[in-house]
Design a protein. Sequence first.
Length: 319
Amino acid sequence: MAASADNSTKTYTVTVAYDGTKAVVTIPDAIAGYVSNLNGESSHVKLLQSSTATQNPGEIIYALSGQSENGEFYFTGEYKMTMLLNGLTLANPDSSAVHIKDGKRIKVSMAANTVNTLSDGVADSTSKGCFHCKGHTEFAGKGTLNVSSSFNHAIYSKEYVEVKNCTINVTGAKKDGIHCQQYFLMSSGELNINGVEDDGIQVELKDTVQTGILKDHEDENSGNFYMSGGSLSINNLGGYCIKTVGSIAFSGGKQLFDTNNIKDYATTAILQPRTTLDDAQSPVQVYDLQGRRMPHDAMLPRGIYIVKEGGKTRKMTMK
């Protein structure tokens, strides 16, 4: 069978218009065989983007608008996609308002001058936030996004998070305001986090090797926090304003929070002991690659180290 024509230079838009307990999903004819609506007119929208190798429609935009107090946007795919929020109010009393099972770059764009609101309900063991994304999450646009979670993180990304231009208001969360892996980068826009019960922003790593900072953030396994512009406000929380397994770097922008209330695991937890207990009882233990225990008051030279804390083990590179 001959392969389908390559339409990778074209852009197609799938629209999802919520209206109470219903949602109208409109899929352009050109990609009707590539995108499937699994839930009919239900407000719990579930879309499947095919990974068939013979079809390449290019990047698809999913434009969401309207209102539902009992709905969701659940998406499964394997290619880059853009989610355009165009005046959306979406609450899911059962789980995440938005759940994206796609490990590629996911751009979340707020249409100019629009206000978009996401909220969730009871705990769901498969979801880690009101906004839950498996891939690289890039928030952009000239609009506003309000997010709150009653059972987990407000925004969760299994990979990195970038913020530029848009306004994001996290208005409450049972856990972190934003929880991501790899790194967090804010270059412009406005981010306000208020009323979370754990950390404002937490950056972690899982099953990866920490390798430091490279040009243009090519190193996705740094566990670092970067802020080069914009405005970041964090208030009324139960944990740290910012907590990372890597370093925290402010090179611009406005930090409207207590910058002493941060936890930088690349330095604080290793070079500055958090406890007066002796080494044998310390919650953080550092070893070189020969298995030798490094004292807490040592200035670690360049190299790779094994860090143990509680029941977790990770690698760290000192540059």
